[in-house]
Design a protein around this ligand. Sequence first.
Ligand code: SIN
Length: 540
Amino acid sequence: MQSDFLVIGSGIAGLSFALRAASHGTVCIITKGESLDSNTAWAQGGISAVLSPELRSEGDTFETHVADTLDAGAGLCKEDVVRSIVEEGTATIDDLLDYGVQFDKVEDSQNFALGNEGGHTKRRVLHSKDTTGYAIASSMLERAKAHPNITLLENHFAIDLITSGRLGYVTEDRVLGAYVLNEQSGEVQIFRSHRIVLATGGCGKVYLYTTNPDSATGDGIAMAWRAGATISNMEFMQFHPTCFYNPAAVGAKARSFLVSEAVRGEGGKLINSKGKEFTLDHDPRGSLAPRDIVARAIDHEIKKTGASCVYLDVTHKPKGFMKERFPNIYNTLLSFGLDCETAPIPVVPAAHYLCGGVVTNDSGKTSIRGLYAVGEVGCTGLHGANRLASNSLLEGNVVARRALDSLLISQPLNATENEDDYQIREWQIGDATPIDEQVLISHNWDELRRLMWNYVSIVRTDNRLSRAAHRLRNLRKEVRGFYWGFKVTRDIIELRNLVTTASLIVDCANQRKESRGIHYTLDYPRTSSKFERDTEMRRF
Ligand code: SIN
């Protein structure tokens, strides 16, 4: 396969890039599994934006959105990046409207209904009921599938990037393509392109409990790391405070069901089993404080009382409210036997969003020529040490727009360079045989996710981190054995990427000897000006 642009991933970032790039050249989008199996498609809350003056909330300005983002980011946001992304909010919403996304409007009006979420001081979250991400992803996918310049290949899983450096060329390191597993045939193919956009999302599956789909296995971060790109701030994994607690759940969707922060934005209150709004003991904003504070308050409450969960209470809202405003949440809970209009919803925090990732500038450009990382996989500096709710869909779209402009300048399509100048080796299977004991892989998956949950989640210590590092060393050895000894499968590649991503999280967490944003350690409970900088990692 050869294309002008190769996009890996089919969430908002990948699709937004592809739809624009298709006016300039051929685009191939590859995605493992199905194209709607992305964090974007699972997003409930919405997309934050300060709209034109007549459409925004009274008193809202770019400056207030910038200030809220900086406040949540706990000193590590890049202010210029924040400002420039926030200022493109209106253009982003216009793009999405052009793709056919329908955002909710105020009844009997043409004005958008604006929601609220933790850390926002104004209502500025556009939404489509409580399935905003699905509305965005499905509209964009429909366009992409119909575009003559776009080839969309599902069940195609990128294993590794091919770079000139890894092939032994001593010129400036540049990206040349990717080895890709066809999940159906089991064959590994070469996809050639000098312009590659990683839009692979995050890595929630590193943890036992997550709001992410099964596909969130840190693939782009692990590939970029192996290719030698700089990775940053991996210690900042955001835990969403309200994942439905459902001990009887079977299947990823049931285990990982998010109850959107927008529910608290509409007055939902977090209470303990005695009915007390315990978050007020931690922050005057109570249930609507930024996520790091609320998740830690819940963790504290659960540890203090020995309870299995806390509760999100919406029973005081008028009858019919939940069904009308949050139909997906209302109906899904009902399918699990819970009527949230009459009983509080049991919830626990779960891994939700990675604020670190592959280091990029504000156009998604990485340290490797021709390689861009956009959306959750990238780290532009917008989120700092803690992402403000609903800023991620905004970032995905804005940075994708810019990535195209930047690529067209740095890698012009009419450049004389011939892609065939580089000899790319076919994938070698050597003596590899099909894996005989699948149980070994699933056991390692389980061990990895449990150890990350037990030692590297909301509250950390040096001791817990060094235990995790020790166990990860053994896991890495075993996974290397699978990878080199057996024919590659989706499970083996995902496990390899999860182990790499988990190791990067632990290594970054070990470097940050302070508490800041979502990285909290009992050994260094204060924020230190010495650590007011990004944690950077690079493989040599
Ligand atoms: C939510 O709906 O609570 C998630 C929003 C986000 O993570 O930005």
